[in-house]
Design a protein around this ligand. Sequence first.
Ligand code: HEC
Ligand code: HEC
Length: 337
Amino acid sequence: MIRKFTYAALSGTLLFSVNATAVDDRTQQYIDTLVELGYSAPEENELVHIPPSMEDLEEAELHPELKRVIRRGYDLFTNTQQLRGENVFNNMNCSSCHLGEGRMPFSAPIWPAAVTLPNFRGKNAHVNNLEERISGCFTYSMNGMPPEYGSDNMLALTAYHQWLATGVPVYPKQPIYGRGFPPPERPEELSYTRGEAAFQENCSVCHADDGAGLRVGDQTVFPATWGDMSNNWGAGIVRVFTAAGFIKNNMPLGQPNSLSDQEAWDIAYYMSSQERPQDPRYTGDVKETLEQTGPTFHKHSRYGQIRETDGHVLGDHSNLGDKTFLKPDTVRPRTFE
Ligand code: HEC
Ligand code: HEC
């Protein structure tokens, strides 16, 4: 499979990272592989880091108990469904969006969070640490309840993130190559009907016509792109530009950068015009929630907007998907007073 080849070619075999301007052979090879896959090469001042792989972990000179905890973090990240009903209430694994086990550039690799936090985060308007950032993805992307701060599972997850960042300076001054889901340029017009047709043609073979994906037993084969088993309205990927970036860089699986920019944006627009569980910041009224979260977040999503095909107001419901609470009690403001 192309995908297997891709990730094998991109996984690290040595435990070091390169962040000086001089580029060694291994880094050059890494960049060449990415460019062959259609990604842009790094700008001259960008930090390129090749995160270590699980094979590197076995070779690394770390305490065996630390290795065990990092392995546990990896296992939670790639099979988050083991926390189903406790912390996760949809069909996602962390690795459903963070491809290549959280190491893949242009697929929101997770290690940057370990070297750029604590920092101020506009989404919740206070200083967040790594645990709180991970909690954000549990709350919104997993439609769930974060593991308790300081718990074994939370520590294992942070250890996995931090270990992937091995060798990168804390608070790096350079911009990070391949961070996030960088979107292609927004075309002038987005079309629901074109997006729908392109989704049926390129995506529904795995994600199904109704976006529900495929689940076998207690394992997710293909995650749900919308509906009750998908991320909720508060997740970063509901922003149309983030979805467009994710799609262009990562989908169809194994064929990154194969869609045109227009197709990626049209599909993102179509996908973002479907229903999903309520935003945990819901006040009981979609208009009011939009007023509060619009300026920092929902101005980029379709939340509270009218779907042109049937007049439906997106997000105007109190469906929480599989969970019984709206907002996890760990999500609270901080003031440092
Ligand atoms: C539905 C998709 C989705 C799922 C599932 C998901 N995330 Fe994310 N994650 C995102 C998006 C979108 C971002 C923001 C990327 C950006 O800034 O462009 C993000 C960002 C992050 C970051 C910050 C990366 C950085 O550059 O600082 C971390 C860390 C992270 N996620 C961890 C997790 C963990 C741990 C899980 C599982 C508990 C998870 N994510 C599940 C979509 C997802
Ligand atoms: C060959 C099967 C396949 C095809 C085709 C495919 N995907 Fe995916 N997609 C996956 C898998 C598998 C994942 C989860 C990644 C993982 O587990 O490695 C995923 C993840 C996703 C996600 C993030 C998680 C979620 O469900 O929201 C989105 C969004 C997505 N795909 C959209 C698309 C779009 C849009 C297309 C068409 C352009 C597409 N996919 C085509 C298999 C596929």
